[in-house]
Design a protein around this ligand. Sequence first.
Ligand code: NAD
Length: 544
Amino acid sequence: MAIRVPTRQLFIGGEWREPVLKKRIPIINPATEQIVGDIPAATAEDVEIAVEAARKAFSRNKGQDWPSTSGAYRAKYLRAIAAKITERKSELGKLEVIDCGKPLDEALWDMDDVAGCFEYYADLAEGLDAKQKAPVSLPMETFKSYVLKEPLGVVALITPWNYPLLMGAWKVAPALAAGCTAILKPSELASVTCLELADVCREVGLPPGVLNILTGFGTEAGAPLASHPHVDKVAFTGSSATGSKIMTSAAQMIKPVSMELGGKSPIIVFEDVDLDKAAEWTLFGCFWTNGQICSATSRLLVHVSVIFSVLNTYQMTSQPVLYSSCFGLIFHDLKSRIELLFLKALHQSFWTGLSNGPKRLRFLILLKKVVGLAQLLVEGRQYEKVLEFIATAKSEGATILSGGDRPKHLTTGFFVEPTIITDVTTSMQIWREEVFGPVLCVKTFGTEDEAIELANDTHYGLGAAVISNDLERCDRVTKAFRAGIVWINCSQPCFCQAPWGGIKRSGFGRELGEWGLENYLSVKQVTQYISDEPWGWYQSPAKL
Ligand code: NAD
């Protein structure tokens, strides 16, 4: 089906607006490496105008247009946005595919999640009304106290490219539900669907300036936005390096920030598992979203008694090429038949396999039957970066068990084979750093304590998964994980009702669920003196 990338401008104050410096950034379809359109490139000049528009929207009509209306009023807009996203799901999904290269099926799931997220925060906006003036019990009868939950003000929402519209929705929906006005700055690498969100906001008649969308480079648009003195909060999702820069500039103004950053998450597979299921979750946990997911469980820790990767029937039949050059659209169908067989073997034979030449060879040949699925990365630099990670792992002595290169049959496009790396030590780069691409590194363990120690051997703390039939063990491991999200007998499922976020260098603050709404609310204490008696300041005994 034909799809054309619409030409859009910045969305400021409810209108399309050409960037002051008239700059634009080309959109490159990662599958074809062809330019398929362009997006406006905002600079500090546009940031000024957008922040002003958001401030006006916050204070217009003494706040009665947005922040001081009821949650129920704001919920109507959120529901209208959700309905439009659903109506335009197919078109938006295809635009996402062209823009960031994700499989169409996944892009369509994302659109359902986007609509679901707006619906969910519409519910929470409605619920907010009943939570106002929650009483606080005090130890003195002469006073009463309650709490108001108020929107923080103008918020900057800065997002990455791996879930372009969904990451936007995770921030826009709760921010608007809370009554904030916002400026969304999506990634320069994938902004197309966020500009379509602007179109949706126009269509549903969102009051002008409540949501402004500025596309552009991080340094030119993101940095002046994050450091703007009239921005009351920055909610950021992206790399730890950029998060650190934003925190540094926010610190100058004591500006609150929330940080959703990178990860290097572990998945522990114990010996008592159903091997088929364990294998499927392991692969899904690392290779879904073409491996470009912050919470990817990209460090597989597997018990030595399980021959972890005898993937002797694992076939990922890559059919990436229902490709239509006229539309620049690629449907790389990942409905691959993933037939994995994790064979159990005796502890002893595994070790023999590792120490004995011919057996080790046989083992590796079995593992190499992992047939390359073409995974498409967002852009050329990311593609180069992933290949460099693999080359460094090789040069440091690791073994590339499968993948490790671009698929031979694809000469254009930023495709990389899903890559499994063994013989990894804990000092190697591939063990320590986030690849943000389809690369799984594997280590074995002997005891539960060893598994936990290896799992927590990282600066990051976003996700962690444990696969075992022993639920008591799962419980122990869950408590021992130093991570913000734990999956038991699965990896990656994400629900907008549950909190999302990390610890350590994966960031702080939580998105989604009621925690996501709290991100954009300020708590105001209101205390009233209710006694008829004079206060009697220095009267003895003291009243306080
Ligand atoms: P990035 O840090 O390069 O960019 C993220 C956003 O920040 C973009 O919009 C970019 O333009 C902007 N930006 C860049 N420099 C800036 C600056 N100096 N000031 C203000 N804004 C600036 O990250 P990316 O490459 O787009 O995304 C990949 C990273 O995002 C990975 O590390 C991944 O783990 C992380 N991520 C985390 C989560 C999570 O929920 N924790 C989700 C998705 C992605």
